[in-house]
Design a protein around this ligand. Structure first.
Ligand SMILES: O=C(O)CCC(=O)C(=O)O
Length: 266
């Protein structure tokens, strides 16, 4: 799709699919790195290293460990923990697509691995990311890159097309047990929830006001995903009353080649 059509589709629907973003070698590199990060999680936990705060265990898993490694739900700040995932944030094909949506200057808000281990992955109830993020206007873009084939069976992402036009709403808790419904809101039951299956290496990009979630993984296949949230320097940092008054964000593209960009609350 040409960049103008991409942008028009994204503005109307709130999401965009990028098929074949990574090749099979790049996907295999990421999968190996996920294994290494599980070993790192175990080591950091053993020596009570403060970095272990970036690793979150699967809350509803019956087993604490599998094959000697912790059963994890997510890893935050992967850019700082992993050269492989730091590089992926600036992957040229990914950057080009995000630039077509947000413009040339790109900052990184979040780098995360969402993990849905085989048999264990719990659901993510429907929600809007901007409800949790101290950024105004709420106009960030998340790229969710499949590192395994993602299907409805193993908990692929679900979106409600066009819901980024609804404004911020109340959704309740995100982490949900395996059999739980994705929302308790009766008015949403009938709305069009679209499963977004992706082959490993493909991505879906979505607006930070987009209503999205994902079901459980009850299969014997993991469903691991690299998430990166980007924003343009037009977005301001608006911390809560007790949050830090300024924050530095990595520059991914533009901004005269700076490595970091400091945002100060006004
Ligand atoms: O990838 C998923 O399963 C859902 C992730 C998600 O909803 C989020 O991080 O906001």
């Amino acid at each position: 799709m040409d960049p103008h059509k991409q942008r028009a589709f994204f503005e109307q629907q709130g999401y965009l699919i990028a098929p074949g973003l990574l090749n099979s070698r790049e996907v295999a590199d990421c999968q190996r790195e996920i294994h290494r990060l599980h070993q790192l999680a175990a080591d950091l936990e053993d020596c009570q290293d403060p970095l272990s705060r970036h690793f979150q265990r699967e809350p509803f898993s019956k087993d604490q460990n599998r094959n000697g490694l912790p059963v994890l739900r997510k890893i935050e700040n992967t850019r700082a923990l992993s050269p492989c995932f730091a590089q992926l944030a600036a992957h040229p094909r990914l950057v080009a697509i995000v630039q077509s949506l947000l413009g040339d200057d790109l900052l990184l808000f979040r780098s995360t691995l969402m993990l849905k281990p085989a048999f264990h992955g719990s659901s993510h109830a429907l929600h809007q990311d901007s409800a949790y993020w101290p950024m105004e206007p709420p106009a960030l873009v998340t790229a969710s890159i499949a590192l395994d084939d993602a299907t409805p069976d193993n908990g692929c992402i679900k979106v409600i097309p066009g819901s980024h036009h609804w404004g911020l709403q109340e959704w309740g808790h995100i982490a949900q047990q395996q059999g739980a419904p994705l929302t308790s809101r009766e008015d949403i039951e009938g709305s069009r929830q679209l499963d977004v299956p992706l082959a490993a290496g493909s991505a879906v990009l979505f607006h930070s006001l987009m209503v999205h979630g994902s079901g459980p993984n009850q299969t014997d296949r993991s469903r691991n995903t690299a998430l990166y949230a980007y924003f343009s320097p037009h977005v301001r940092y608006v911390p809560s009353a007790n949050g830090p008054r300024s924050k530095s964000f990595p520059v991914i593209a533009g901004l005269h080649g700076a490595a970091e960009h400091l945002l100060v609350a006004s």
